[in-house]
Design a protein around this ligand. Sequence first.
Ligand code: PLP
Length: 556
Amino acid sequence: MAKNTPDENRIKPCPACDADIPKPQLPSAIWRDRLAKLQQGFPSPWEENERDQHFENTFKDAVALLDDMKHPRYGDLALLSYLGDEDPHVPNYDSSYHTKMTEELTHPAGVIHELVNFFDGMPIWNHPQTMANVIPPANTASIIGATLGGIFSPNIIEGDYSWHVAKTEIESAAMVADMIGWDQNEAGGLFTFGGTGCYLYGTKYALTRCLGKESRYTGIREDVKVLVSAQGHYAKQNCTDWSGLGMNHFINIQTDNNNCMDVEELKKVMEECYQQGHKIAMIVCTMGTTDAFAIDPIRQIREAIDEFQAKHRITGWPMLYADAVIGWAWLAFSGYNFKTNFLQFSPAALEILQTNYEQIKDMHFADAFGCDFHKTGWAPYNCSLFMVKNRVEFQQLMERPVPSYLHPNTDYNPGHYTLETSRTGSYSLAAWATLRFFGREGFRVMLGRIIEVQMYLRQRLTEERSLVCVNPDDYGFVTLFRVYPESVDAEEAYQKELNDPAYREQLKIFNQFQTRVANKLFDMLRNPSSAPTGWKNPPYTSYTAGFRAPLYAPAR
Ligand SMILES: *Cc1c(COP(=O)(O)O)cnc(C)c1O
């Protein structure tokens, strides 16, 4: 083989302009022509004014198309709380199952138009008429954070693939550790797919602590138990199921009158498990149930665990997991002087905020917890942080043998122990943006405002004879109420239905009435022509049929 002359080996200077770029004569081919079109559909890897601007404008245009589907702030349409035109039809998904793949490329502009059209009819979560479930709108910084992640695809599987962006995960976890009062040298966190993902991480961590690292090879072969309050989120089913433990192996612990876990009952069940030879992998404290915002007494539960462990000379289990996906944000009140009340919350709201905080702050007794930024963090879906008190222990237990072809260049490699392989940096960028934007004060104001509004709404409900609030004592966001015909005193009727078996039939009738009112409201919302005059565009509320059973209901 002829050797290259030194001259040919020399690296040529980079082209200074388009004309300098060598254009080898390649045989023409249709694929090259198609490729050129495809490449126009990607952002440029270089700083190139024209292409960059095209990309930036495309983005801006898409957002503008979405914004065009909103309604004017003033006038009749201001109350319309969803994007696009009034359309009485609920979506028909049938034909979507038969969508066919196209043969040719489609122009990206057309694709974007079609994408935007999917948003027609979407509820606008920060519209004042939208009061459904727990769905906060995302703040701008977090939307941009998540979107920037989409542009450059940082993968927080490891530092190599996310570089400084990995810091948004480390720093978010550090800030949350600081909020809860854990030692930042020891605590750590990982972003994952929702509060359910956090719960699943908690379950796996607990199972491994309980059954040993070996169980990650042998599998779950022992019927260990998960103890959680009867009011706990149904993620207890997902997680015992998907972890392989099985849904038969969580035990519901009764709740007291305040919907909180009954600690005496818990102790009894712990002892029963022990006597029957069943280990308890995990006890779940719900730090804020979805409806009642009940907060389990985590300090007492930690004491119960300590006693149990001392009595039976046990270490390593049960792990204490806090399902704090809603409640975690109250940690921002740490350091707030409730006496001087700098932010000037009303006395009644302040009392609620302080009571909530006093309960939530005991969360530092947990071994691990989950927080949803897409709930009380005002960030886009998905954005959830799984936190552990002892990150070294977690990493050692959850580490896997690493394929030898991977040779990391940085010392941040969570991919060695996460459930996921690829993990988007969009999660942590969005959360970090929120933490930075809000600071403690931002969270305090957002939570305080919700409580002020909640109190106002409940006050209005007491003023309406035909409406009755059924959770007036709950300290959370959610207000539940029943509706009665104008001729009925709602409060009186409700009390009778709740307490007196003689009103069983009336209860059934008015339960049906609730369903019909809820259905009518929804119909009026989506189909304004069905609304009586003066009743157009009602609020978008949620309907729940399972809040409270009458006192005479047969035990379930
Ligand atoms: C919402 C919620 C979950 C589930 O969280 P996702 O983010 O929806 O997966 C779990 N527990 C509680 C208490 C919740 O409110």
